[in-house]
Design a protein around this ligand. Structure first.
Ligand code: AMP
Length: 230
């Protein structure tokens, strides 16, 4: 793909909530030297900053529904406009609907780019539910899981002893809504990108290292002719 030539590729991480897109996406972006763009992170930052966009988005996020497409597309467009035009990008949690995918194609086309590869991370639903509902994070961003990677003292960070936070949208009822929303609104992207021959399936059930190795292999396989912009 184009990124392998030093220019910036565009990779989309697709998959259900809890499948590990965030963990894997941060690492992939860091290793490739590309931007990791998570719309969930951008929305949470807007929320923490108390911007009108953040407050509007919260209504949807807290109940596990999707923020409207036009809000998300504007957010991504602005974020990309502020970046160097040929920097590689790993998208995480975007696009989440077919209209968002079409808008992404348009935005990229305007810059002479396109999506190079879509990695679909997959894991059984019971694994997803435990991964999400067990997630706890420290204010500093260290993430634990009460089932798979618990802190030494229940509810407190090993490093700072600060109380751990349970994201409002990680509570069990909201998790079920998020999984249903994924099936209804986001899973159609499998067909959308499959038809464009961009899709690579990645087994997301193993440990972080195993999944990362599979993801790297999927990203590295050439999907489209190189279009590095230099
Ligand atoms: P995430 O951290 O990716 O699981 O996103 C958390 C929440 O932010 C989601 O449940 C949605 O409410 C909202 N969100 C994040 N990305 C998008 C998107 N691309 N489209 C719509 N809503 C989104």
């Amino acid at each position: 793909m184009s990124g392998a030539n030093g220019g910036g590729g565009v990779v989309v991480l697709l998959g259900s909530p809890g499948v590990g897109k965030g963990t894997q996406g941060v690492r992939l972006g860091r290793d490739l030297g590309w931007a990791h763009v998570s719309t969930g992170d951008l929305l949470r930052a807007a929320l923490t900053a108390g911007t009108p966009l953040g407050l509007e988005a919260r209504k949807y996020m807290d109940v596990g529904e999707l923020v409207p497409d036009d809000v998300i597309v504007d957010l991504v467009r602005e974020h990309l406009a502020a970046m160097s035009a040929d920097r590689g990008v790993v998208f995480d949690g975007f696009p989440r609907t077919v209209p968002q995918a079409e808008a992404l194609d348009d935005v990229l086309a305007g810059a002479g780019r396109e999506v190079d590869r879509v990695c679909l991370l997959e894991a059984p639903e019971e694994v997803l539910v435990k991964r999400i509902s067990g997630r706890r994070s420290s204010p500093g961003g260290r993430v634990y899981n009460i089932y798979f990677d618990p802190p030494r003292k229940d509810g407190f960070c090993d490093e700072t002893d600060e109380p751990l936070i349970h994201r409002a949208d990680d509570h069990p009822d909201t998790v079920r809504t998020r999984l249903a929303v994924y099936q209804e609104a986001t899973a159609p992207l499998i067909g959308y990108y499959g038809a464009k021959e961009l899709l690579a399936r990645v087994d997301g059930e193993g440990d972080i290292e195993q999944v990362y190795a599979s993801l790297r292999a999927a990203v590295g396989e050439p999907a489209t002719p190189s279009r590095a912009s230099g």
